[in-house]
Design a protein around this ligand. Structure first.
Ligand SMILES: NC(=O)c1ccc[n+]([C@@H]2O[C@H](COP(=O)([O-])OP(=O)(O)OC[C@H]3O[C@@H](n4cnc5c(N)ncnc54)[C@H](O)[C@@H]3O)[C@@H](O)[C@H]2O)c1
Length: 486
């Protein structure tokens, strides 16, 4: 089926970007908003986004006019009567979507394909509300739609196979890569991404680490394009909250229950970028306590599974003295630091150091670490050219505690038969801009290291979902270092 005229309903964070994507590919677009005020906001999104592209030299002024010229804005759904496809991007609330789809079913020609951009809701339930369930699909774009290359195309048990392939071909025409999947809450990307974002909020509430430190750890330590709190602000906390709720309803997995902090911010109307404030947008971070830099000692070794990467040499080169009676004992850490600290005459001086990538040092304070020692360790690793991430002495510290359960979820998803390794990897790279997919990450970290890290997380938090996926465990036992590709 050739799609030439497309309707987009809802021109918020996603809809405006989706309208732009279609218009850039030469399709005519009718954008529908709820009222005149929202329509003006939608127009603003379109003008700003294409304006930025022009300023960056990615669009010529004439091209921008052509793109905007292909988009007609209206507050009347009835204007959608002649379109070939409608993509819905209104809020993530099933009742709203069902009522809209009933109306679209009445307004549009019988062959028009109706697509939802839902992140998590049942496409099957939305389809069943219409008289054309075989022509209803999920067409799930990623934020920001003009930039992110992935589209998840969601078929249900009643979708006509031709419709999924037509929408997949359309995604290609838009310059996107499509991954076709079945109808499960969260599909591939949000099923893997949202629990990780939620867990970041939980870690912050538990006081394991602060907002900026968690974001820095994931950005600089793992190479993700943004940290979890910056990403939650971009997604919109209300949308993230709704998606978590839908995931929880389907899985009853405690980790999918939206963090209480998320609920509080949403109730307060702090929704992230769209309202100017969410996790960010408040007062600037507090100035850290000043330290008295003195002598140090680095203890622990590669033999413990810890990484030093020349920390001691770097500190000496920066002019600091190591000493037998140091002010700070930096313990290269791979397991509870407190176990080492209690063996020292003065446990208050010990700070655990866990290097992540080549830029980040997680600095682990135990229940006994003094503020002076923590502050000195922070300043020392800064001088050694690393970004300090102060955190509590909890299994996985920050990065492994957030990353390993996500990798484990990906293994379980593959093992359940929902999606292939190639599709899961591609979805996370293209949908989230990650430098590597979860299986690529697992293989580069080493399967045994991730399995052992998950065991430690499970032992500490007793969270069933942290127990290593059986497939991961078996590959480690069989001493296989790569996942079986098709
Ligand atoms: N935010 C993200 O990162 C993201 C990513 C992918 C998919 N999604 C999904 O896209 C959908 C929209 O999310 P969003 O983040 O763009 O929300 P949003 O709140 O930014 O925008 C929703 C828009 O829909 C409009 N609207 C509400 N009711 C309407 C109606 N009856 N008719 C026309 N317009 C109406 C609102 O005025 C608003 O502009 C959700 O299903 C969400 O799960 C969001």
């Amino acid at each position: 089926m050739a799609f030439e005229r497309v309707g987009v309903v809802g021109l918020g964070t996603m809809g405006a970007g989706i309208a732009e994507v279609f218009a850039r590919a030469g399709l005519r677009v009718i954008g529908v908003e709820a009222d005149a005020e929202a329509l003006a906001r939608g127009r603003g999104h379109l003008e700003r986004s294409t304006g930025k592209a022009m300023d960056r030299g990615k669009l010529a002024p004439g091209q921008r006019d052509e793109i905007l010229g292909r988009i007609t804005l209206t507050t009347s759904r009835e204007d959608l009567r002649d379109v070939d496809l409608v993509v819905e991007a209104i809020p993530e609330i099933l009742d709203y979507k069902i009522s809209l789809f009933k109306d679209l079913d009445r307004i549009c020609e019988p062959e028009t394909v109706l697509a939802t951009n839902t992140s998590s809701l049942s496409v099957t339930a939305i389809a069943a509300a219409t008289g054309r369930p075989d022509r209803v699909v999920g067409m799930h774009f990623f934020n920001p739609a003009p930039v992110m290359r992935l589209v998840e195309v969601v078929g249900t048990v009643v979708t006509a196979p031709g419709v999924v392939s037509d929408i997949t071909a359309l995604a290609g025409r838009l310059g996107k890569t499509a991954v076709a999947v079945g109808d499960r809450a969260g599909f591939v990307v949000n099923r893997l991404l949202l629990p990780y974002l939620n867990q970041a909020a939980v870690l912050m509430e538990l006081g394991v680490a602060g907002r900026d430190d968690i974001d820095a750890a994931m950005r600089l330590g793992v190479g993700l394009p943004m940290g979890p709190f910056a990403l939650l602000d971009l997604i919109g906390l209300d949308t993230a909250y709704e998606v978590m709720g839908v995931l929880f309803d389907e899985t009853r997995d405690r980790r999918h229950a939206p963090s209480p902090l998320l609920r509080e911010l949403v109730t307060a109307g702090l929704l992230g970028r769209k309202t100017g404030r969410g996790f960010y947008g408040d007062s600037p971070p507090k100035e850290p306590v000043k330290s008295r830099l003195g002598t140090f000692e680095v203890v622990g070794s590669e033999g413990d599974g810890a990484r030093g990467d020349g920390l001691e040499e770097r500190l000496r080169a920066a002019g600091f003295k190591s000493s037998g009676d140091p002010d700070v004992v930096l313990r290269l850490a791979d397991r509870p630091v407190i176990e080492h600290a209690v063996r020292l005459p003065d446990p208050a001086r010990m700070v655990g150091v866990h290097l992540v990538g080549d830029q980040v040092a997680e600095l682990v304070s135990t229940a006994l670490t003094s503020e002076d020692a923590a502050a000195a360790a922070r300043d020392l690793v800064k001088i050694a050219g690393l970004t300090p991430v102060p955190c509590k002495d909890r299994a996985g510290f920050v990065v492994d505690a957030l990353l390993f359960p996500y990798l484990n979820d990906a293994v379980r998803m593959y093992d359940s038969g929902y999606a292939s390794i190639e599709d899961i990897d591609a979805a996370m790279r293209l949908g989230c801009g990650y430098p590597a997919g979860p299986f690529e990450m697992l293989e580069s970290f080493g399967l045994a290291r991730v399995r052992d890290g998950l065991r430690a997380l499970y032992a500490e938090y007793r969270e069933p979902a942290f127990a290593p996926a059986p497939l991961l465990d078996q590959l480690v036992i069989a001493e296989v270092s790569e996942f079986p590709r098709r």
